[in-house]
Design a protein around this ligand. Sequence first.
Ligand SMILES: [Zn+2]
Ligand SMILES: [Zn+2]
Length: 199
Amino acid sequence: MIIERVESGPFGTNAYLVVDGCAAMVVDCPQDSAEELVKLAKLANAKIKLVAVTHGHFDHVHDVAKLKELTGAKVVVHALDAHLLESPDEYGFGFTTPSSKPDAFLVEGQVLRVGAVEFCVLHTPGHSKGSCCFYFEKEELLFSGDLLFAGGVGRTDFPESKHADLLASLKRVASLPPQTLVLPGHGFDTSVGEAVAWL
Ligand SMILES: [Zn+2]
Ligand SMILES: [Zn+2]
């Protein structure tokens, strides 16, 4: 399995390309990332089949419509954040985010795959109602979206945030094996063990 990180957009949001064999998945798709992701997939001789959105905030979904147009990939998001894709809420930052439409909804406990690699959807609300993490148990890897960063946790001052939910979600992630690599929605990677030390 190959993972590439593309940091993009005005908030330095991470997109990830996950490749296994000739299949690829994208985790989040910030502004100006779609073409780069397509290029990286081509270099790996893989086809992007799935765009899995950790949550619906505009800086994570800006290029979803474009990537879908370029690749025909299926777009998945938790149902509670689907409205944010369809009519992006830009919180007064003055950006214009193209709307996109999910093809299916992510569900807690659901097992999805990239090529032959399986991962599990964890519904981890708090930063937004429909925030999800993607957990690759065998590979010891977690895409944490905006729940957990290297040295910080997700903001809960957005209209649909809930701090108590964020704390419960962090507790859940903290119970994963400490060596689990955490790939966040902003900044560099960390591990569950590192995060637990200061949580
Ligand atoms: Zn966010
Ligand atoms: Zn973010």
